[in-house]
Design a protein around this ligand. Structure first.
Ligand code: SF4
Length: 328
């Protein structure tokens, strides 16, 4: 790890001004950032602790939803009574995401901004367009088991590694953002992360000087909430494929199917056409296949990760069968 200066921010304005300095970074839980600093993937000259600027509350919103402070921990979020009662898909995704020790430190804002675990990205001796633009992508013809099958580019095929954001995408949560000049804006989680395109180093829509203050959940809806994560081992590992689903079946037909997918792309994958294809259909293999066909129409494997294409289909089937059994 390279030497760095350390201080503590005391206000949101101070924190936001820190992140507008290209040589400085903000640290909250640090569960991803410190690893990257040890590997010298991140080399800030100044690290500013933002844990004392507020934004750690989880509170009801006026419309019946819930606001999750950006600096609330993943543990506080996963065990919150309203999250468990009204948004169980979120609680389950967080609990599937990391060990208790990591959840106790990791914050909601940091979780959204965590970086890919691509082997070439975290190894500074390897080519990686995301870490060093123009150096190439080692994964495209290399170790790519964890890599994306949807939304890839010739520049980068990395996946977004998190679980929490996949559930937030299915829930249609909103990211609340503030900047140093006092401006505020709201971005749907579904639009927060970017596909790699020609700028794989840009992973989300945060501009310089912007910081996440909260994530807001809409009022709860009826239906079964499921988070299914397929990984290489049963203890903690990143998703090969995950599905977050909020599904309702009334009178034998799908009346709601909000679905998001992890492990498949550079962002949590949400395609509204998948849910729309299920609405009004009975829970049959034909309906499940039609939904999977939409999901995977443009899927492309890179050798080692070809298995993800049939795995994504099977995982979607399993989730929809589970939802139908709950509704029966
Ligand atoms: Fe880098 Fe992306 Fe290629 Fe991995 S997949 S080596 S992160 S450019």
């Amino acid at each position: 790890m390279r030497p760095f200066a350390y201080d503590k921010a005391r206000s949101i304005e101070e924190a936001a001004s820190i992140v507008s300095d290209e040589n400085a970074m903000a640290i909250a839980g640090g569960t991803n950032l410190l690893d990257l600093m040890k590997l010298q993937v991140e080399t800030p000259e100044r690290l500013s602790d933002i844990n004392r600027i507020g934004f750690g509350e989880i509170e009801n919103t006026a419309d019946g939803g819930l606001s999750l402070g950006a600096l609330a921990t993943n543990t506080e979020t996963a065990v919150h009574p309203r999250v468990r009662a009204d948004y169980p898909v979120l609680s389950r995704a967080i609990l599937a995401g990391a060990t208790q020790q990591l959840r106790n430190k990791a914050t909601n804002g940091g979780n959204l901004c965590q970086r890919t675990r691509c082997f070439y990205f975290t190894n500074i001796d390897q080519p990686c367009n995301k870490r060093e633009p123009g150096s190439g992508c080692g994964a495209i013809d290399g170790i790519a088991k964890l890599h994306a099958i949807l939304g890839t580019s010739e520049q980068c095929i990395a996946t977004y590694p998190g679980d929490m954001a996949v559930a937030l995408s299915a829930l249609d949560a909103q990211v609340q953002i503030a900047s140093a000049d006092g401006a505020k804006r709201t971005v749907p989680v579904r639009d927060f992360h970017c596909l790699p395109g020609d700028t794989p180093w840009r992973e989300n829509v945060l501009d310089d000087g912007e910081i996440i203050t909260a994530i807001t959940l809409p009022p709860p809806v009826k239906g079964t909430q499921i988070y299914r994560k397929v990984r290489e081992r049963s203890s903690y590992a990143f998703a090969l494929v995950s599905v977050a689903a909020i599904v309702e079946i009334e009178d034998g037909l799908f009346s709601r199917a909000d679905l998001a997918f992890g492990g498949l792309a550079h962002k949590p994958w949400h395609d509204p056409r998948i849910g729309e294809a299920l609405i009004g259909q009975p829970p049959t293999r034909e309906a499940f296949d039609a939904a999977a066909d939409i999901l995977l129409a443009d899927a492309r494997g890179f050798g080692e990760n070809d298995f993800k294409i049939p795995l994504a289909r099977r995982t979607l089937h399993a989730v929809l069968v589970h939802a139908a059994e709950e509704a029966a």
